[in-house]
Design a protein around this ligand. Sequence first.
Ligand SMILES: Cc1cc2nc3c(=O)[nH]c(=O)nc-3n(C[C@H](O)[C@H](O)[C@H](O)COP(=O)(O)OP(=O)(O)OC[C@H]3O[C@@H](n4cnc5c(N)ncnc54)[C@H](O)[C@@H]3O)c2cc1C
Length: 480
Amino acid sequence: MPFDKTKAITALEHIIGAKHVISDPSDMASCLTDWRGDYQGKALAVVKPANTNEVSAILQCADALNMAVIPQGGNTSLCGGATPDDQENNLILSTERLNTIRDIDVAGQTITVESGCILDVIKSTAAEHDLLFPLDLGARGTCRIGGNLSTNAGGLNVIRYGNMRDLTLGLEVVLMGGKVMNLLSSLKKNNTGYDLKNLFIGAEGTLGVITAATLKLFSRPKATATGFAGLRDINAGIELLNRCQAASGGNVIAFELMPRSIIENVLHFYPDCQPPLNDIPPFSALIEIASTAEADQHPDPDGGMPLTAILTQTLADALESGLITDATIASNQAQQDALWAIRELTPESEIKAGKAYKSDISIPLRHMAAFYADAVTAVHAIAPDARIFGFGHIGDGNLHFNLCEPVGGNADFRRHYPDFDVIMLDLLKTYEGSISAEHGIGQKKRDMLRVVKDPIALEVMQAIKQALDPKGLMNPGKVI
Ligand SMILES: Cc1cc2nc3c(=O)[nH]c(=O)nc-3n(C[C@H](O)[C@H](O)[C@H](O)COP(=O)(O)OP(=O)(O)OC[C@H]3O[C@@H](n4cnc5c(N)ncnc54)[C@H](O)[C@@H]3O)c2cc1C
């Protein structure tokens, strides 16, 4: 039977009111494309439910009328995860109105939030209670926690606090057909059968709609020290990371690899940014250590913060032993912000630089330098003028090895993308890496997943998908 659009819209309007069912193409436009503008899709409507019951009713209706449901939070996915395909029965389920902070347990250090809460709002709510929700990434002002959960987001502080799986205690999920599964719990120990919560975290909306979550909070660091070091090479950076961990009692909260190409690109497009070092070597690291300890909050007799003294001494020793070529340490908030600005402006400056082949890979730290060198050689063998923008959260083994077209553009650059895929797949196999560290699979890496994932694991994933979504209506075309 052909899909009846009018019947579907009428049913949806009946559930949440006509005002919250958007079907005008121009009003839907921003939901039909992704953050980078790489993917474009179609939809019957964007629906904006306000609570779990409404989500449940929508998923019941979708099941009955054969509508595909594409959950969408902040739409900042970097792999086309929240962009629909071109089918006319697509329904984008926006979590925008599921934005209530349900509970904050200060003593137990947990917070229960609806999935449409913006990451930054959760962070500032925790901060109002002198607590920290540590997930942090560039899209913090736009992305929503349901999107963070569904991609098992990582970001800047994984090295200290872990990714979304590590930060989540409980979930509430609505399944296709409308059943509400209540896994909300603030227990740290809860061994009651299969770990269903972790199945939905990282499922990218292919198994159900997350409507709420209970998250871990932490004591808020009161002192931080931020430095920028020019590295002898990548291996020296890894040794520096380990030295910083040892010196700070494991309190490195960020360790970001910044190649010269990226720093120069940021400075080119944002001339107000200050160069972090006078002479920028091929690789640098942005380092932050933090402490909640009272003793670290007060200046020592020499007038410096104890944490700053630790970082200063570690960097001085590293200079002495030739691991680094130069370093700077922020002595106030403005200087900290200036160092972070270079890192934070990296994604935007990349877009301004031109077309780019993007990756989000992870590699064991011991293979990082060899991977990087081999990848540069292989890429330049087929595209000699490609600019290598390989940066990332190297402290946790995550590298965004991006390849940008040459200055001035190259109409042919995209034709190399399949070759770049082959290079990545070969080298990730050699160096035991992963095709997706934190952004997920989405539609971008679906074909790659079939190549790299263990075939039995793929069978198990298919069986789970079949059991929970037999008609394939949850976010079709993504992951599997
Ligand atoms: C500037 C910038 C910097 C970034 N930095 C990082 C980074 O450092 N680390 C990192 O991990 N990512 C990063 N990202 C990627 C992106 O921000 C994250 O993946 C984020 O977690 C996505 O959240 P969102 O609300 O925008 O999700 P969306 O893009 O809306 O959706 C992402 C996926 O989750 C699904 N989904 C969304 N909400 C739900 C729900 N309630 N239930 C079920 N499924 C749902 C969607 O269908 C889709 O598959 C960055 C993106 C940008 C633009």
